[in-house]
Design a protein around this ligand. Sequence first.
Ligand SMILES: [Zn+2]
Length: 81
Amino acid sequence: MPTLVIKPLDTVLELGKRTYVPALATSICPGCDEAVVMDLRESYLSYPNTNVPTALSFVCGKCDTAWTKQVVVKLTVEPVE
Ligand SMILES: [Zn+2]
């Protein structure tokens, strides 16, 4: 039996006004098939809630098409043994 046990709870937690995430989000433009990359270390999520869908808004630099994709932000705590 480990000396520390973490039991995650799937509750909704509102994160900060500007939540930066160390991840790259890549989506294909529905207008011209260009790959558009959003660096979430620079493009912050505004008040995202954990465990429920959050919209990412993309704009294609090539043809100006705008679209959204859904992501889920999860926050985890793990024991270090
Ligand atoms: Zn495009």
